[in-house]
Design a protein around this ligand. Structure first.
Ligand SMILES: C[S@@+](CC[C@H](N)C(=O)[O-])C[C@H]1O[C@@H](n2cnc3c(N)ncnc32)[C@H](O)[C@@H]1O
Length: 242
């Protein structure tokens, strides 16, 4: 997904939208993006509520919607109305009804309307005007034991991704997370060009304070997973680096 087709708009999206869409949805992307594995590692279950921020045309969000099933919900947030249109069209074509697009304003940063077990941010963090501020707001929408998962390009020369000066290093994401009251709870190292960081609210920190009461509404509502259960991004006890 070497963008390589500037100039870029104010959201750092390439102006050649059709080509950009083609890159995001290119079947060859799966070889390095491993989208099924990414979604599997989120540990989503039927009935979960989740969110994809900077969802684009829904490359990951559609998979997440399938993982949570009809009893669950996935919110797909994006600042570009053309992406919102694309994700709506894709989900309609696929007969998916539990995927809810939300048009965001980059300055305000839209939030999912319900608390989420997982909030995913793939190749979008480097687009945010203030990543730490947005992470802090998003952390406040996590359910107890929930995780924000950030996947983005290593800040070095790669055959895919944006130009180097658009990238945000792993260390800078971790530092932004800490400023947002989050810590790297787990890191996965299976992607050739990207880091995969699971961020959890630092105990005692305000943003995503886990109340222990049921979260979400209706069918997606649930209690936090039992302690010691390491399953995926949402597993509270997960701390190893693999
Ligand atoms: C490289 S694309 C990644 C899309 C999708 N996550 C994927 O991996 O296929 C980055 C997306 O982030 C969106 N974006 C840019 N700035 C944003 C912001 N401030 N808030 C939310 N989304 C944003 C863009 O419109 C674009 O759809």
């Amino acid at each position: 997904m070497g963008h390589g087709h500037g100039p870029y708009d104010r959201h750092r999206n390439p102006e050649d939208f059709a080509r950009y869409l083609g890159k995001l949805e290119n079947p060859e992307r799966a070889a390095w993006q491993k989208p099924d594995r990414v979604v599997e590692l989120l540990g989503l279950e039927a009935g979960d509520v989740a969110c994809d921020v900077g969802a684009g045309p829904g490359y990951l969000a559609l998979r997440m919607a399938r993982a949570v099933g009809p009893a669950g919900a996935v919110y797909a947030i994006d600042v570009d109305p053309r992406m919102i249109e694309a994700v709506s069209r894709r989900s309609e074509e696929a007969g998916i009804r539990n995927l809810h697009p939300i048009l965001s304003d980059a300055r305000k940063g839209a939030l999912p309307p319900r608390r989420c077990q997982v909030i995913l941010v793939v190749n979008a963090f480097h687009h945010f005007p203030d990543g730490a501020a947005y992470l802090k707001k998003l952390a406040g929408r996590l359910s107890a034991g929930g995780r924000i998962v950030v996947v983005d390009f290593h800040r070095r020369k790669l055959p895919v991704g944006p130009p180097p000066d658009h990238k945000v290093s792993r260390a800078d994401v971790a530092a932004a997370a800490r400023r947002a009251g989050l810590e790297v709870a787990r890191e996965r190292r299976f992607l050739p060009y990207q880091y995969f960081l699971e961020l959890a609210v630092i105990r005692g920190s305000k943003p995503g304070r886990a109340s222990g009461r049921p979260v979400g509404k209706g069918r997606g509502a649930r209690r936090p997973p039992p302690r010691g259960r390491a399953r995926g991004a949402r597993g509270r006890a997960a701390r190893s680096t693999r």
